[in-house]
Structure formats: C-alpha cells, structure tokens
Design a protein around this ligand. Structure first.
Ligand SMILES: C[S@@+](CC[C@H](N)C(=O)[O-])C[C@H]1O[C@@H](n2cnc3c(N)ncnc32)[C@H](O)[C@@H]1O
Length: 217
C-alpha cells in the first residue's frame, strides 16, 4: 500500500472518529445525525415539517434530529401560513428501534404492502410534511448488485409518495452507480426541485449519496 493510500485511510478514519465522538458527546445514537444536520443546513428540509416519516430509522439518530426540528417548528411557524398544533413523528425499520419519547416507531419492512396500511392507519387520513429515508439494503460486497438492490428499495419508497403532502419534501439515500439516474429522473417527475448531495459526515469510502426532493408537485 502506498503512503498516500495509508494517509488517505487515516484521514477517513480520523474524520469518522471525530463525528462518532461528537455524537457520543451530544447524545445522538449514531454519527449519521450529522449527515441530516448538513442536509438541513443546505436545503432547509424541515421548514414547516410537523408530520414526519423516517424510513430505516434504527438505531434512531435521524429520529432524534427530526424531533428537535419538529419541536422548534411548533413555535417558529405560528403564522397564517401552514402550521400544525402538534407534531407526529413515525420511525420504521426492520430492526427494533429503542423508544424515544414522543416519537412513534414500528418494526416493519417498508417494501411489504401490509406495512403501508399500518402507516396509513397511523396517519388517520392526514399526510406527511416530510419523508426521510436512510434505509439501506444489507450490503453483499458486490457493488453492482448492491446498487441495483438499493435502487429497487428506493423505487418502492418513491411508490408511496402519495403519503407525502403536496409541497412536501423528501430525502432518500442511494448508492452512486448505473441506475442512480433512474431514481433521479423519477424524482424530477414528482418534485419541483431535485438535487444530489454527499454530506461531509458521510464516509468518503462509502458510495452513498442523498437525493433531496423539495416542493412535491
Ligand atoms: C444506515 S441505517 C439507518 C440509520 C439511521 N438513519 C440513524 O440515524 O440512526 C439503515 C437502516 O435501514 C433499515 N432498512 C433496510 N431495509 C429496510 C426496509 N425494507 N424496511 C425498513 N427498514 C429497512 C436497516 O434495518 C437499517 O437499520
């Protein structure tokens, strides 16, 4: 291994460790929290977000971040424009999510039609203001097939966007590769503004990237 490669690896590890320590100190369950903070800073996705769905939530750091902004929004947006008196956050994952006060969680597979019925029951006829998805398939190590499986998962998630209100926002995780453009195009049909973004807190080693859709048509 060249010295350059070793140094690069050290830099990556150091950066990951820095976010990991920060998460521990600030009480976040994972360093992924900072990816969402960066996305918020750049795109203001939480603007007027009161009803939020987080897909692939375990262990729960995005839920912690979502709760922080939803709570702030209750007082921040008390005007004649879109506002709600309460917030509702739902986190779903195949894995168990340890409880977070005032946040609802369900253990389910988002690709399963019966899961959608459960989410609709939770919504009681309402719609989400914001849908987040950090869900990722279990990687096999084969970059090509992993990317195809991740795209498939994302397209399933895009199929349930009728649960998102018009003018609502979406953040979804993808892996860079061939089919990436397919998701990007599908999103362009559904949102007025679509951008891809790789937060600094996302490991350089990982090919993950987030697609942000603002202002649903
Ligand atoms: C990177 S983790 C999410 C981390 C989380 N955002 C946080 O900040 O704590 C990805 C999660 O997606 C979940 N997942 C993958 N496929 C899923 C599916 N079909 N339905 C629900 N969750 C899924 C995995 O179980 C895993 O917990």
């Amino acid at each position: 291994m060249s010295l350059g490669a070793i140094m690069d690896k050290d830099t990556i590890n150091h950066k990951n460790e820095r976010f990991y320590i920060r998460a521990k100190q600030q009480g976040y369950r994972a360093r992924s929290a900072y990816k969402l903070f960066e996305i918020q800073k750049k795109y203001n996705i939480f603007k007027r977000a009161f009803y939020i769905l987080d897909i692939g939530s375990a262990p729960g750091s995005w839920l912690q971040v979502a709760k922080k902004f939803a709570e702030e929004n209750l007082t921040k947006y008390q005007d004649r424009h879109y506002h709600r008196e309460e917030y509702k956050i739902l986190g779903v994952d195949i894995k168990k999510i340890s409880p977070i006060e005032q946040v609802d969680t369900m253990r389910l597979d988002i690709t399963n039609p019966s899961s959608i019925i459960k989410i609709q029951t939770f919504l009681e006829g309402e719609k989400f203001d914001l849908v987040l998805s950090d869900a990722s398939i279990k990687k096999s190590g084969n970059k090509f097939s992993d990317q195809v499986r991740q795209v498939k998962l994302c397209l399933k998630i895009l199929d349930i966007l009728y649960l998102l209100k018009s003018k609502g926002n979406l953040v979804i995780k993808l892996f860079q590769g061939e089919d990436f453009k397919r998701v990007h195009h599908t999103m362009k049909d559904k949102f007025h503004f679509v951008k891809s973004y790789k937060p600094r807190a996302s490991s350089k080693k990982s090919n993950e990237i987030y697609v942000i859709g603002l202002n649903k048509k």
